[in-house]
Design a protein around this ligand. Structure first.
Ligand code: PLP
Length: 391
C-alpha cells in the first residue's frame, strides 16, 4: 500500500539535502561552539552562517535571532520573559492561538496575576482590529499582544503589519507566532514593526528540535533558561549545531523554491476544493481556508456533512495520514477551540472537521485517493452526490 501524507501542518518530511547537511555536521563538526580551539570555531561558524541567512530573509540584524529547540520554546520564552523581565501586566490574545501560546498565557495569569483579554473572533475566524484598538486604548497597564500570523487549523492570515503598527502606536509589545508562515511567505521585519516572532524548522522540511525566536534589538528581553552565555545569554545550553544547520539548509531550499512550491500547492489546494465540492454533497470549508488569497496556502479545513469521529482512523487504515484538527488536539474526542469558534454548536453534532495540509510533494493522484476514500465513507452515511460518476 502506497502511504499518503496529508498532514504537513503537523510536520513535514526532511529533504535528502537537509539530511546530508546534518549527517555531515554529525560526522565532521562535533566541536563545542563555545570552545576556542579550531573544532569549536568551525562549529561556531556554521551556526553564525545560518543566523546571517535567517537575518537576511527577515531583513533584521543577526543579533536578533536566538536559536531554540522549537516553536513552543520560542513562544514560551518570549511570553514568560515579557512578564518576568519587561513588566507586562496585561496580555491581549485570541482563543485561536496554538496551545503553546494559550497555555503559557494562562500560566502567566495563574502564577503571575497577569490580566488577560481575549479578542472575539467572528464566524470566519478573523479577529477584530477595532476591538484590539479599543482594548489597547482602554488601559495604561503595560501590555503584550500575542496573535498568530497564520492559523494552523484554518489557515486564516492576520494582517501582521497593521497589528504591529497598532501596537506601536499604543505603546504595546507585539509577539506573533509565525511558526506556520515562516519560510512559506516573504516576511520583512524591517517593514513590519513586530517585536517578537517564532519559528520551527520541522514545518518547512527541516528537523524537529530546531527553531528560533526573533527578538527585536533593545527590547530588553531575557532568557528563561539560565546557565552559560550561549545565544547572547538569552538561551543557555550547548547549541544544537546539526539541528541549526538542518534548519538553515531547509530554509535555503524553501526560499529558493518558494514561488514554484507555492504555485504548485495552490493548484493542489484548489483541485482539492473543486473535487470535494463536486463529489460530496454539502461539504463546507472552515474559516478562510478555501479563500486562496486570504489563507495560508498549505492548509485546507474541511467540514464533512456527516458525523464520524473514527474518520482519522478509517483514513489511516487506507494509508492516508490526515488530521482532524491540529496535531496536538487530533487525539481528543472534543472539538478544538478553533473549531468551536468557526462551526456552530448545533452543526458540530452532525459534521466532521478534517484538516488537509499540503506540501510541494503532494500530487493530484494523492488528492484523488483521498477524495475517493471520503466519497466511500460518505456513502456509508447515505450521502451521495446525484448524477456524479465516481471514478
Ligand atoms: N505554533 C503553531 C502555530 C504551530 O502550528 C506549532 C506546531 O504545531 C507550534 C507553535 C509549536 O511548534 P513546535 O512543534 O516546534 O513546538
Amino acid at each position: 500500500m502506497n502511504k499518503i501524507y496529508l498532514d504537513n501542518a503537523a510536520t513535514t518530511p526532511l529533504s535528502e539535502e537537509v539530511i546530508d547537511a546534518m549527517v555531515s555536521v554529525l560526522k565532521n563538526n562535533y566541536g563545542n561552539p563555545s570552545s576556542t580551539h579550531s573544532f569549536g570555531q568551525e562549529a561556531k561558524i556554521l551556526i553564525e552562517n545560518v543566523r546571517r541567512e535567517i537575518a537576511d530573509y527577515l531583513k533584521v540584524s543577526p543579533a536578533e535571532i536566538i536559536f531554540t529547540s522549537c516553536g513552543t520554546e520560542s513562544n514560551n520564552m518570549i511570553i514568560k520573559s515579557c512578564v518576568d523581565h519587561l513588566g507586562v501586566e496585561r496580555i491581549i490574545t485570541s482563543p485561536l492561538e496554538h496551545k503553546c501560546v494559550a497555555e503559557t498565557v494562562l500560566d502567566m495569569k495563574k502564577r503571575r496575576g497577569v490580566e488577560v483579554a481575549y479578542l472575539r473572533p467572528d464566524k470566519k475566524g478573523d479577529v477584530s482590529l477595532e476591538q484590539l484598538e479599543n482594548l489597547l486604548k482602554s488601559s495604561d497597564k503595560k501590555t503584550l499582544v500575542t496573535l498568530m500570523h497564520a492559523n494552523n487549523e484554518i489557515g486564516n492570515l492576520l494582517d501582521i503589519k497593521k497589528v504591529a503598527q497598532l501596537c506601536k502606536e499604543n505603546n504595546a509589545l507585539f509577539h506573533s507566532d509565525t511558526v506556520q508562515s515562516m519560510a512559506h511567505m516573504d516576511l520583512d521585519f524591517s517593514d513590519i514593526p513586530v517585536d517578537f516572532a517564532s519559528c520551527s524548522a520541522h514545518k518547512f522540511h527541516g528537523p524537529k528540535g530546531s527553531g528560533f525566536a526573533f527578538i527585536r534589538k533593545a527590547s530588553g528581553l531575557k532568557g528563561i533558561i539560565t546557565g552559560g552565555p550561549q545565544e547572547r545569554s538569552l538561551r543557555a545550553g550547548t547549541e544544537n549545531v546539526c539541528g541549526i544547520v538542518g534548519l538553515g539548509k531547509a530554509l535555503e531550499i524553501y526560499l529558493k523554491n518558494m514561488d514554484s512550491y507555492a504555485n504548485h500547492i495552490k493548484e493542489i489546494k484548489q483541485y482539492t476544493i473543486d473535487q470535494l465540492s463536486q463529489k460530496i454533497e454539502g461539504v463546507k470549508f472552515n474559516g478562510r481556508s478555501a479563500e486562496m488569497d486570504n489563507s495560508l496556502y498549505t492548509v485546507l479545513s474541511v467540514l464533512l456533512p456527516f458525523k464520524d469521529p473514527m474518520i482519522g482512523l478509517k483514513l489511516d487504515m487506507k494509508g492516508i495520514a490526515i488530521s482532524q484538527g491540529s496535531a496536538c488536539s487530533s487525539g481528543a474526542a472534543k472539538p478544538s477551540m478553533v473549531m468551536m469558534m468557526v462551526v456552530d454548536e448545533e452543526e458540530m453534532d452532525h459534521t466532521t472537521p478534517l484538516r488537509v495540509s499540503f506540501s510541494h510533494l503532494t500530487t493530484k493522484e494523492e488528492i484523488d485517493a483521498l477524495v475517493d476514500a471520503l466519497v466511500e465513507i460518505a456513502k456509508s452515511f447515505h450521502i451521495e452526490k446525484a448524477n456524479i460518476e465516481h471514478r
